[in-house]
Ligand binder design. Structure first.
Ligand SMILES: [Zn+2]
Length: 282
């Protein structure tokens, strides 16, 4: 899990360009001129959003409560598979190494195939195409997040544009070995003193997206990789050297993929399970 870069798009310009890219339909020839009349108010809402984005107070954004037909018009602006939104997705997912991160950072399991509305578009349709309100995500995370976004003015999910992820461990994994198979159990906890407010968001993020269970469902590839690494290395290198290389490689991954990257932590913990290692090196 890593932060994505914040878009450089000017939100007002972006809104204008999205609107300009739309076409009036034969059944609704006044769509664009109608949305133009909403613009002065949208500008005000966007200014408020921009301020809250910087000050970390998006959780207390008051929904404007737009209802149809205005809400329907605003929602019509958003369509994932359009050039402007795809360009935005590429912009924010391009890493400092100029490579596109195509893994959903909300879960670090699935590929990105949607844009999540940080403030949900159903309740806050005024931000349906605010570029800083759109976060690349997989459909599974997007679906689990659904319409939930805040509780008591506190966001329920990490905002990976702005929340600084701690270089402290909060994700833990235990591996046991019985009947010739490794069994994996993920937990989260805060024994390392992460700021309680940030940790409470981490906790609701992981819980509501079902991440621990989803990690456990996806361990096969990680376990297979470790087994194959050991298989091709043993006989060439000493057992401890192989284990040291696996640990070093995965710690290096944590420096770019996230300090609490589940695959890296699992790989390391697999090498700490002595009975499992004994079986693989026998
Ligand atoms: Zn996801």
């Amino acid at each position: 899990m890593t932060n994505l870069r914040v878009s450089n798009e000017d939100p007002d310009d972006f809104f204008d360009r999205v609107l300009a890219s739309k076409k009036n339909s034969p059944k609704d020839v006044n769509y664009k001129s109608r949305v133009n009349t909403y613009k002065p108010n949208i500008r005000l809402h966007f200014a408020d959003y921009n301020h809250r984005f910087i000050s970390g107070s998006l959780g207390t954004t008051p929904p404007q409560g737009y209802v149809d037909p205005v809400k329907k018009d605003l929602l019509r602006l958003y369509k994932y598979d359009t050039p402007l939104l795809q360009k935005l997705k590429v912009e924010v997912t391009t890493s400092s190494k100029d490579r596109v991160i195509n893994t959903c950072q909300n879960c670090t399991i699935n590929a990105v195939n949607s844009l999540d509305h940080i403030l949900p578009k159903e309740e806050l349709s005024e931000f349906s195409v605010h570029p800083k309100n759109l976060f690349p995500s997989c459909m599974e995370c997007n679906g689990k997040k659904n319409r939930y976004w805040q509780d008591g003015g506190q966001l329920l999910f990490l905002n990976l544009y702005t929340d600084t992820l701690p270089n402290l461990q909060f994700l833990f994994v235990s591996v046991s070995f019985a009947d010739g198979l490794p069994a994996v159990n993920f937990t989260i906890a805060n024994p390392n003193g992460i700021d309680p407010l940030l940790y409470s968001i981490i906790e609701t993020h992981y819980t509501r997206l079902g991440l621990l269970r989803r990690f456990e469902m996806n361990t096969n590839e990680v376990i297979t990789n470790i087994e194959h690494q050991i298989l091709v290395s043993k006989g060439r290198l000493a057992r401890q050297d192989i284990i040291d290389i696996i640990i070093e490689y995965n710690n290096l991954n944590r420096s770019t993929l996230g300090f609490n990257h589940w695959k890296s932590l699992l790989s390391i913990e697999l090498t700490n399970c002595q009975p499992y290692m004994d079986a693989l090196f026998s």
